[in-house]
Design a protein around this ligand. Sequence first.
Ligand code: NAD
Length: 322
Amino acid sequence: RHNSTSFIGLGRMGSEMAYNLFSKQFAQKSEARFVVCDAVPSAATSFARIFSAAFPGANIEIVATPEEATLASETIVSMLPSSAQVQTVYGGGIIPTLRNMSSDSARKTFCIDSTTLDVAVSRQVALDVIGTGACMVDAPVSGGVTGAKAGTLAFLVGGTESSFQAVHPILSMMGERIVHCGPAGAGLGAKICNNLILGVQQIVVAEAMILGQKLGLDPVVLSSVIGSSTGNCWSISVNNPVQSALPGKSPPCERDFEGGFASVLMEKDLGLAADIATQTGTRTPLGDAARRMYAEMIAERPDLGLKDFSSVYRFLLSSEAR
Ligand code: NAD
């Protein structure tokens, strides 16, 4: 288990993160063992095929369950959709397996969960993992699929100082900025606040880009002017929703909004923010409005629900025409 890393959840983000992690670990130690696990078997097999083709001789194995992934490796990284899947993978797989191991083996295990999920669920899972003697951090990410692919993600980490120090070398193989936000759940808290801004930002950028074009402005000029003015933000200068508006860059709109961050996941994150707002008596009127807009889009256009959330631009345009 010592030289082995398991990655659970090889989706849009996980596959890119695992690729960077494994390729760097392989460069350091050619005898390292890599284990992948996904509920959709083709996600794990296609990752293993691509990785093996790029790194012939690498020891990569596909397992069917989180139990097997836990038995195989001391380091376990998970990148799952949300709370329910984390509860299944940890509560129904990793934690019982750790409980059945020798305390020495359990103590050597490090779990890194990069999923964006409910803070209370994550804290409970961390408590249960730590109860077995193993270590756990919440380490959600910012930077999207582009950042995952480039290895430039920001990791927002929650956990003890010693756990943070222990997982830092692993996280730095997948990201550039590794920030210790506080105790268990703190990384998620920071992530959810960030996505509250992002969810609103992407809608208002769509609104401004539509309005500007109606005034006859060229989207390239408009994006460039806003990109160097006070309206500059990630949604205008990286995730711009208008085709050809960012020459030389390829945001999801250039691929019919494929890849990127699904609208259903953004709606989920705004729901996580809304839950915290309710629990703490905080008013979040713009976050609530943004959540309603994504929910409306997902209900009316399920196809856009699975595409990048910048497709809210297309939804606004299409709902105008009705
Ligand atoms: P995704 O849906 O593409 O990937 C999730 C993967 O988990 C899928 O391959 C799925 O089959 C697998 N999975 C689901 N249940 C499982 C289970 N029980 N056992 C094993 N595997 C299981 O999602 P994604 O876009 O990669 O996002 C993952 C997480 O990262 C989410 O919490 C999301 O909010 C967060 N996130 C995504 C982005 C982005 O741009 N996509 C950016 C930052 C954070």
